[in-house]
Structures are given as C-alpha cells and as structure tokens.
Ligand binder design. Structure first.
Ligand SMILES: *Cc1c(COP(=O)(O)O)cnc(C)c1O
Length: 421
C-alpha cells in the first residue's frame, strides 16, 4: 500500500497534487511520501516484535539525507556500504551505534572514519579485510565489533545482477569455511565478534530461499557458540521484494517474513538486525515526467519523455518493469492506445517500456513511474549533460524540495580547464 492516489481526477502524493509540484519545480523529478516510508518501516518493526531487533535501512536504495532523517527519527538504524553513505547517516543525525557498515571492499580510510565516528558493527566479507580492520583498529587503540558475512550458497531466484548468495558470487565467505575464519578473528587483537551476517540478494519474491539461508545461519550460530564465540546478533540482510505491477503475484509480506524469522531463529536469544532497502523505499517514490513529443512511427507510436535512462536506469540495466500511469486520471471507458515509452538519450536502451496502454497523450501531459523510490535517484547520472534529477518529499498537505535541480552553471563549473589549454 502507498499514498499515491487519484483525487479529483489528479494523481496526488498524500495531500499534494502532482501538477502543483511540477509547476514549482519543473520536470522530471522524484517525489517521496513520508507516510509511505513511515508505514513500511513500521511494518518491519511490528513484524519482528517482541524479539529484540534493529531495522537498518539500506541507504544505497535511497540516500537523500532528509529521508534518512525521517527514518532515523523513527528509530531506524542504517546499513551503509561506503564512507559517503556513512557520512550521510551521520548528517541525518543517526548515532554511530545504529550504523552497520557493510560492503565488499571497505578501504582503510573508510574503516578509520567509522571507528572514529562510532559504528555498531562491521560486516566483514573477506580475510584480507579482517586483517586490515584489525590493524586500523589497533592503531587507533580501539576494538572493532564485527560479524562475518557468510555466503550460504542458496539460490535467491532473482535477477542475476542482484543475486548475491551463491558461491559463485563475489560476496561473503563460504559458510563451510566460517568456523576457521571466526577462529582467526578471535586471534586478531583489533576485532571482537558480535554475530553473523547474511544477505542473499535483492527483490526476492519467495520466502523459501531466505528460510534456507537462515536455517544455515542457525546451525552456524550453534557451532560457533560451541567453539566459544559470543554470537549475540544475527544480521539477516535485506532483499524482500516488492510488487512492481499491480497484476503480478504478491511477494511475501513483512509479517510473514517476520514470522518465519521467529520460527527459524527466535529461540536463539539473539538480537535480530535486518537491512531492508527496497521494501521501505521502493513503493514510497514516483518519478514524474512530462511528454515532450508524441511521435508516430511505423506501426508504433512513441511517447518521448523528458525523463531518461540517466534519471531511472533500472529498465535498461535490469530489464526492470515500472508501471507508467497518467497524472490526469483516465476516464473509464475512454480510448487508450499502446505507446513505446522512451527518453531522449541517444541509446536504444533508453526505453522505459514497450506497448504500454495509456490514454491518448499530448505534449505537456504528465506521467508517473510507480515504484521508483528505490534504486532510482541514487543511480541517476548526468549522462548527456542532463542535470541530476531533483527530489521532493511530501508530508500531508505540504512538500519540500530535498534536492534541487543543479543549474547548468553549477554543472559547467565542475569542469576545470588546465592552464596549458
Ligand atoms: C543491497 C543491500 C541491502 C538492501 O537490499 P534490498 O533488496 O534493497 O532490501 C541490504 N544489505 C546489503 C548488504 C546490501 O548489499
């Protein structure tokens, strides 16, 4: 459920009509609903209660500091995968003891940054990284709390580019080697074991792969405890999928996911951490765009938008589907027509959808991409020298620009001419 509904014939974000935002800011832009973000975060905390838990929002899915502050103020922790994301979490006022540092290749500089600023734990992904962190922590005179991300070798049954839990993927340490690796951590002076971490992929639409992975984490918890390690936290990663179309079968709900966690791990006396990104942010955002031209081609008509693959890359990168809907509500029974919906960038991959049934459209009409809150704005670029797409946050009847569109002046100023040119 989200808070993007038609009212009086116009698409609204909560109480704000989308054309009102477009009139102020121009197009394209991302718009997020505070009520939807809040609701999705709470679904997880409610699903995990009464187990001790922390829901750490995966910043990489949507990293605007205003959104992080909204979630942080509700009590959310943050899952970061870079020094930049760590600084965003801090800028949003999230205390270090609610920030989990994940990622395959943390640099020593990033480790130092987090150890100095405060961190809940590092999720380690390799032995060289373990040794580096121990050295950095020792040099600072501190001990770093760590988990090891284990790779359980389960098939997440999702898109190949976002599956991470098979042994062929670059992520984590093979679970079969985990006891050896934990034994080495116990010998390193700068590290202290606090738990186990696992994350098997993104946009999972079934619970079974999660359950298979968590079952293996359960067995490992018992084995590591028998080896004398203090396993008190289980970080179960993110990855729960969302519906991208209103017709497809519904992915599992957070309540079912929470019940499964309680069933498989609830009796271990561990604090549960999860790192959802997409399920909190995905359906909390729209990308709004304007029709530049309607172009009649041979056997097909193109809707040429002012949004492009640089603003929303998921369709060209992952063959992802986003529902595209008119901002002016279609009158029931009025004619529709199929459009190939494209952006103006010089790549055939700059296609958002083919044969999309839409009402008859004209230049200047607004459309909205649904489910664009996650991996949308964060993956945007300025390819074709198109200004980075701005972001808006709606709460109730008001909206705020939370990232302005840069001017061409600002963009051009970033390039530096060498004096010898
Ligand atoms: C990407 C990622 C997440 C979030 O995944 P979602 O599918 O957006 O929930 C969580 N943890 C780690 C380590 C990740 O890399």
């Amino acid at each position: 459920m989200d808070h993007f509904l038609y009212r009086d014939g116009l698409l609204h974000a909560e109480g704000v009509a989308i054309p009102d935002i477009a009139a102020t800011l121009g197009t394209p832009f991302y718009v997020y609903s505070a009520a939807t973000l809040t609701r999705h975060y709470r679904l997880f905390t409610e699903a995990l209660a009464p187990l001790p838990h922390l829901v750490c929002f995966a910043i990489k899915s949507l990293s605007n500091v205003a959104v992080l502050k909204l979630l942080g103020d509700l009590g959310a922790g943050m899952d970061v995968v870079s020094g930049g994301e760590y600084l965003r979490a801090k800028a949003a006022g999230v205390p270090g003891d609610r920030i989990v540092f994940s990622g395959v290749g943390k640099t020593r500089e990033e480790m130092r940054l987090a150890l100095e600023g405060g961190v809940r734990q590092f999720n380690l992904e390799s032995e060289p990284e373990m040794r580096a962190l121990s050295e950095v922590a020792t040099a600072l005179g501190v001990v770093a709390p760590v988990t090891v991300r284990v790779n359980p070798d389960v098939d997440a049954k999702t898109h190949a580019k976002i599956a991470t839990g098979k042994s062929e993927n670059k992520f984590g340490i093979p679970i079969a080697r985990a006891r050896e690796v934990y034994a080495e951590i116990a010998r390193l002076p700068g590290l202290k074991v606090v738990g186990i971490d696992v994350h098997i992929g993104s946009q999972l639409t079934e619970l079974a792969p999660f359950e298979a992975a968590f079952q293996k984490v359960r067995e490992l918890t018992l084995a590591l405890r028998a080896d004398g390690h203090d396993i008190r936290r289980l970080d179960l990663g993110g990855g729960l999928g969302i519906p991208y179309t209103r017709s497809n079968e519904a992915p599992p709900l957070p309540t079912d996911y929470g019940a499964m966690i309680k069933r498989t791990l609830g009796d271990l006396g561990c604090e549960i951490e999860i790192e959802p990104g997409r399920l909190i942010s995905g359906n909390s955002g729209l990308l709004v765009s304007q029709v530049i031209y309607v172009k009649n081609g041979e056997g097909r008509d193109f809707l040429i938008l002012d949004a492009a693959m640089n603003d929303l890359v998921r369709p060209s990168m992952y063959e992802a589907h986003h529902d595209i809907i008119p901002v002016a509500e279609a009158i029931p029974g009025s004619p529709t027509q199929p459009f190939d919906v494209v952006g103006p960038v010089c790549e055939t991959g700059d296609t958002f959808g083919k044969g999309r049934e839409l009402p008859l459209m004209a230049e200047g009409d607004l459309v909205a991409f649904r489910s664009a809150g996650a991996y949308g704005a964060v993956m945007a670029s300025e390819y074709n020298s198109r200004p980075l797409v701005p972001e808006v946050l709606v709460q109730g009847d008001h909206f705020a620009v939370i990232r302005a569109r840069p001017s061409f002046d600002e963009i051009l100023k970033r390039d530096i001419l060498p004096e010898w040119l």
